[in-house]
Write a protein that binds this ligand. Structure first.
Ligand code: AMP
Length: 306
C-alpha cells in the first residue's frame, strides 16, 4: 500500500549548544518520507526551488521516494533556521523564508489520487486541505501541525480537523489548541473536534495515543546523546503512517495504531542521534526491528503484587 505525503522540503540551518550546521536537508516531508519509506512506497507532493542541491534530490530518489509530485519552481527553496537551548528540547525559530512556498498550490498527480493512506505533514492547513480535496476516497488520513498554524490559521485548522482520521501534535500545541492543562482532557477535546485518533507527543517523555474508547501510553527510548532534535515529529509521523499502510487498509485498528506509534518512536529516536537525515541514511530495517524489541521490553510490565 503506498502512502501519499505532502509537506515541506527545506534547507535548514540548525544551532545546538555544541554545534552549528548550515544548508541541511530538512522539511517535514523529507523526514516523513524517508521514515515512511522503510515500510511502504511513498508518493511525495512538495515544492523546491532552483537552488535545491541535486545531491538531496538524488538522496530522496535513492530511497525509492516517488518525486513526480514535487514541483521545481523558479526561485529559492523554503528555508528555516532554529536554535536549541541547553535542554535540547526548547527551540527558538531564528528565521523562516517561505520562498517558493509562498505561491505553492499543491497538485496531486492523477495516479496518486487513489492512495488509501495520506499523511498531511506539517504545512499550512489550507494547503493540507487542498491536497485532501484532490484525493478520491482515502481510507486513513493523518495530519500533523504546529503552533504557528494554531496561532495564525486556526479556522483552516479546525476545518481540516473535521476531515482527518488522526491528528498528531505535541503536548504544548495540544494545550494551546484546547486551552486545557490536562493532556488527557486536551486529547479528548481534540477528538471532539473531528479526528477519531489523536497522538500527543511529549518529546523525551514519550507519546499518548487516544482511540475511540482506548488509550495507550508509549514510553520514550532512553537516549543519552541527542545531537539534533529537528524533524523528530515528522519522522515519527512518517514512520507511523508507513507502518500502518504496510498493514493494509483492512487493518486500521487500535492494535495496529499502538504498534505504529512505537515504530514512529523508534524512527524518531534514531533521527535525533545526528543532524538532518544523516542518521536515517545509515539506519537499516534490522536496526528498527532491534530497537522495536527494546521498546517492547521498556513497556512490558509483568510483575504482580503479593
Ligand atoms: P520538527 O522538528 O518536527 O518540528 O520539524 C522541523 C522541520 O520542519 C524543519 O526541517 C523545518 O524545515 C520544517 N519547518 C519549520 N517550520 C515550518 C513551516 N512553517 N512549514 C513547514 N515546515 C516547516
Amino acid at each position: 500500500m503506498s502512502v501519499l505525503i505532502v509537506g515541506s522540503i527545506a534547507l535548514d540551518d540548525v544551532k545546538t549548544p555544541v554545534e552549528e550546521r548550515f544548508d541541511l536537508l530538512g522539511g517535514s516531508a523529507s523526514y516523513a518520507s524517508v521514515a515512511a519509506g522503510y515500510f511502504s512506497p511513498v508518493n511525495l507532493v512538495a515544492i523546491v526551488g532552483e537552488d535545491f542541491p541535486a545531491s538531496h534530490w538524488e538522496f530522496l530518489q535513492g530511497r525509492g521516494i516517488n518525486l513526480e509530485g514535487v514541483q521545481r519552481a523558479t526561485g529559492k527553496t523554503f528555508r528555516w533556521s532554529g536554535e536549541y537551548l541547553w535542554d535540547m528540547n526548547t527551540r527558538e525559530t531564528r528565521s523562516v523564508a517561505l520562498n517558493v512556498f509562498e505561491n505553492f498550490s499543491p497538485s496531486v498527480p492523477d495516479h496518486y489520487r487513489s492512495s488509501d493512506f495520506v499523511l498531511l505533514a506539517n504545512i499550512a492547513p489550507d494547503m493540507q486541505l487542498k491536497v485532501l480535496q484532490q484525493m478520491e476516497k482515502p481510507r486513513f488520513v493523518i495530519a500533523d501541525t504546529m503552533d504557528l498554524w494554531i496561532n495564525i490559521a486556526q479556522p483552516a485548522l479546525l476545518k481540516l480537523l473535521k476531515c482527518v482520521d488522526m491528528l498528531i501534535l505535541n503536548d504544548s500545541e495540544a494545550r494551546e489548541l484546547t486551552k486545557e492543562t490536562s493532556l488527557i482532557k486536551a486529547g479528548k477535546k481534540i477528538q471532539s473536534l473531528g479526528p477519531r485518533f489523536v497522538a500527543l507527543k511529549k518529546g523525551e517523555h514519550g507519546c499518548l495515543l487516544f482511540g475511540e474508547d482506548e488509550f495507550f501510553s508509549c514510553p520514550a527510548y532512553p537516549l543519552e546523546d541527542i545531537h539534533d532534535p529537528t524533524g523528530a515529529g515528522d519522522t515519527f509521523a512518517g514512520g507511523l503512517t508507513g507502518f500502518l499502510a504496510s498493514r493494509g487498509k483492512d487493518k486500521v485498528d487500535f492494535a495496529s495504531l499502538k504498534t505504529a506509534v512505537v515504530v514512529g518512536s523508534v524512527l524518531a529516536s534514531y533521527n535525533v542521534e545526528a543532524f538532518s537525515l544523516e542518521r536515517l541514511r545509515r539506519v537499516e530495517k534490522k536496526d528498527i526491528l532491534s530497537r522495536f524489541a527494546e521498546f517492547q521490553d521498556l513497556a512490558r510490565f509483568d510483575a504482580s503484587l503479593p
